[in-house]
Design a binder for this molecule. Structure first.
Ligand SMILES: [Fe+2]
Length: 278
């Protein structure tokens, strides 16, 4: 692990902040050590929204999670957006921030979702160049997240785990390993997620994301709406045996009313952290 990432403090058990979960989060501070915010929800917003952020900062470590940087866009990131993101990160002063290995913009159009890039030497260079531009503007450590994809893209010439190792080595970024995304890809594209984890350099792993998946044998999807299944916790434990991450984070985006299952997920993650961090 490089020096900058090594200095990141242990954060513990986290949850993605969503306004629908605000009361739950504040009432369960004993289970929640940090929150992740969607950075884009606090850029170009009214003061009232910024006051929400300040309240979070007074009570938790806040990690900004960006969704629209489009690091995989061939023409480079929108530097106007990068500067706004940098100002937000400067305000929060987090130990690190995160984005996806993906693109959301192509030829000047916003495509409205996280699209996968081709895991190839060519895209490794594109990503490296784009990340260097972002790092020049935002000095805070960046960690990169793996996303789901449903078909193998033509032009792929690297194994996924090798690509993740290489981009972390080339850019000094850490890895935000989304365990649910990894599990979904492994089922849909028929590979062994345990072998994938074994192939990753554990030094790169800074944080985990987890949540339940949906679907059937023909296809799994990441709706972020279900209780976390045993298969996900088993995979998390496998990561923990190799490297205890700085933080685990429940990434729930729907069915917020099911507070008991959200609470149970947080408790299981807390137990994992306790077991392996003892
Ligand atoms: Fe995620």
């Amino acid at each position: 692990m490089n020096k900058q990432l090594h200095k990141i403090p242990f954060l513990g058990n986290g949850i993605g902040f969503r306004p629908e979960l605000k009361s739950f989060i504040f009432l369960n501070k004993d289970k929640i050590d940090f929150v992740e915010i969607i950075a884009d929800h606090y850029i170009d917003v009214p003061d009232a929204k910024l006051r929400e952020l300040e309240l979070l900062m007074e009570n938790f470590t806040v990690i900004p999670h960006a969704i629209n940087l489009s690091l995989g866009t061939v023409g480079g990131p929108d530097m106007g957006y990068v500067r706004k993101l940098g100002a937000l990160i400067q305000k929060i002063k987090p130990p690190y921030w995160s984005e996806h290995i993906a693109y959301t913009q192509a030829h000047g159009y916003d495509i409205g979702h996280l699209a996968p890039i081709v895991y190839s030497e060519e895209f490794l260079r594109i990503l490296q160049k784009n990340i260097a531009m972002v790092q020049a503007e935002i000095p805070c450590p960046l960690i990169l997240e793996n996303i789901t994809y449903h078909i193998e893209l033509p032009g792929k010439d690297m194994e996924d785990a090798d690509f993740l190792n290489s981009i972390c080595e080339l850019t000094a970024c850490g890895l935000l390993l989304d365990i649910t995304n990894l599990f979904i890809n492994s089922r849909n594209l028929k590979f062994d997620p345990y072998e994938f984890i074994d192939r990753l350099n554990p030094d790169h792993i800074v944080q985990l994301h987890y949540v339940g998946f949906e679907g059937d044998d023909s296809q799994l999807i990441d709706t972020h709406a279900r209780a976390t299944q045993q298969e996900i916790f088993d995979l998390m434990a496998h990561v923990f045996k190799r490297r205890v991450p700085k933080g685990t984070l429940l990434e729930r985006d729907e069915r917020y009313e099911l507070l008991e299952e959200i609470s149970a997920d947080l408790m299981r993650s807390k137990d994992l952290l306790k077991t392996y961090n003892a």
